[in-house]
Design a protein around this ligand. Structure first.
Ligand code: FAD
Length: 477
């Protein structure tokens, strides 16, 4: 009987757990270790953050799903990984006791550590800004937003700044969705004229989103996400400033450096800024008690996999096979990583270093869809290894499609959404020798009410699928 341990039950780990449980749950030991007893549907926290959805509607308990699938659930925090002796140390949530979970195969799917500390004054706990990156933070964000609503009701004008809070931040899509939802919510409340909205980000251009922007041909014309998002910002009266790396925040001001090395300040009343993401800081301990982290993770704590690392960007963009296919650690071939936890070989967007030596570069996003797909690939390969002794699945981000729907309001009557389909997620200039490195017919952008319906439908469909209900496998990740 093989033992498979999964750390993290987000899009990546939970998707993997469903496939592994379905195929092996009855005959092998599958264990999921997760900090929370719930699966959270993270994309809907955008609506939680403006008070348009209760946080309880974004979650379901994991244990009943795992029971059905024959998967063990450990509610706790993994703290140490012992790759030579093949076990994980977990602090149990119930009683604080420590437990060792043995494994033959380990999947690390922990998502990021939200590194607020990398930017002075950032974050809701030790700083001044809001976040929608965890469920409690999204709820706090909502409460802080409501306070601003009260001020506006009293006739005050309020400045909202939304974007990235670190020169190397990612996840611009979530922040973009938040600012457009704030716009729509304020309109609904009749308060939009009391608010100034500013998009502040580290992207090299509006609409870059950490993926080098998106281009499509519509009626023979090439349309860029830069034009598309600029048009949306113009229509919604949202000001924008890009090419800015935020390095400090105080109670009223955001401090940044721009691409040219100039330093500047932006005053604000309410700010939601995405922090830097780093890997979860596990202790990786060898058989003699030595630190073996260099074999497993990079400096940022992301798990090294079968990617080609340390290539200059100019070479990386020309080499689609630099992106990993199996998500397997090169030193310990029974350790895999999926979702945000794996170390990408480099940025997708053009990197930029200022004259002061600061890198202001949007990090590559590993969105929910991408994380789920990778979780499935890794699960299928672990099933293969257990049943056939060899892996038969693989998909690089240079071969993967992703859909991104950024809602602008949650209403099914007057809401809207920007629907962006990208193929492949990471440009492949060998297969698509155009300036964008993408299939310009499959890649598509559209704005409209249909997207708002789709976004709602995706929330419900995923909450259904991820509870392992009838037919879950036919619903794609
Ligand atoms: C507000 C917001 C909106 C978004 N909207 C979209 C969208 O519309 N579409 C889209 O595709 N993507 C979206 N994303 C991105 C998407 O949510 C992430 O890409 C996705 O959640 C990453 O999945 P993951 O499984 O890698 O990590 P996570 O979802 O972060 O899951 C990791 C899990 O590991 C657990 N964990 C961490 N450390 C430990 C530990 N030490 N021990 C045990 N468990 C641990 C965590 O508690 C968590 O449950 C959005 C993100 C945000 C923040």
């Amino acid at each position: 009987m093989a033992k498979v341990a999964i750390i993290g039950a987000g899009f990546a780990g939970h998707t993997a757990a469903l496939y592994l449980g379905d195929a092996l749950g009855k005959s092998h030991e599958i264990t999921v270790i997760n900090l929370h007893e719930y699966f959270y549907y993270v994309p809907s926290w955008v609506w939680v953050g403006i008070g348009r959805m209760d946080v309880n509607k974004t979650r379901f308990p994991l244990k009943p799903v795992y029971k059905k699938m024959g998967v063990n659930f450990v509610h706790g925090k993994a703290t140490e990984i012992h790759p030579d002796e093949q076990y994980v140390v977990v602090e149990l949530k119930d009683d604080g006791q420590t437990k060792h979970i043995a494994y033959d195969y380990l999947l690390i799917a922990t998502g990021p550590k939200l590194n607020y500390a990398a930017t002075e004054g950032l974050g809701p706990k030790y700083g001044y800004t809001q976040s929608i990156c965890t469920a409690p933070h999204a709820v706090d964000s909502r409460d802080a937003y409501f306070k601003q609503i009260e001020r506006m009701k009293q006739g005050e004008r309020v400045k909202f700044v939304v974007g990235t809070g670190h020169p190397g931040a990612t996840c611009q899509g979530a922040a973009f969705e938040y600012i457009t939802n704030i716009h729509k919510d304020l309109l609904r409340r009749g308060l939009r004229d009391k608010a100034q909205l500013l998009w502040l980000s580290n992207e090299q251009a509006v609409g870059d989103f950490g993926v080098r922007g998106v281009h499509t041909t519509i009626k023979g014309q090439l349309l860029s996400s830069e034009d598309f998002i600029k048009a949306a910002f113009k229509e919604y009266d949202i000001a924008y400033e890009v090419q800015k790396g935020v390095y400090k925040v105080d109670a009223n001001t955001i401090y940044w450096e721009d691409f040219d090395g100039n330093y500047g300040e932006t005053p604000y009343d309410f700010a939601m800024l995405i922090p830097q993401f780093v890997g979860i800081p596990f202790k990786y301990i060898g058989k003699d008690g030595e630190d073996v982290s260099a074999k497993v993770v990079n400096k940022a704590g992301f798990v090294k996999v079968d990617a080609i690392y340390d290539q200059p960007y100019d070479l990386l963009v020309k080499n689609p096979t630099a992106w990993p296919e199996l998500y397997q650690n090169p030193h310990y071939d029974n350790i895999f990583a999926a979702g945000i936890a794996f170390a990408p070989p480099g940025p997708i967007s053009q990197p930029h270093v200022t004259p002061n030596g600061t890198s202001i570069t949007a990090a590559p996003p590993r969105t929910g869809m991408v994380s789920g797909i990778i979780g499935r690939i890794v699960a299928k390969n672990i099933i293969d290894l257990i049943q056939k002794g060899r892996m038969t699945h693989g998909e690089r981000m240079t071969e993967m499609a992703a859909a991104c729907i950024a809602s602008m309001g949650d209403s099914l009557w007057d809401g809207s959404a920007a629907t962006i389909m990208i193929y492949p997620v990471v440009p492949d200039f060998r297969r698509y020798p155009n300036e964008q490195g993408r299939d310009l017919f499959v890649t598509h952008m559209e704005m409209g009410l249909g997207g708002a319906w789709m976004k709602r439908m995706i929330h419900s469909t995923f909450m259904y699928k991820l509870q392992g209900r009838l037919g879950w496998k036919v619903i794609p990740e």
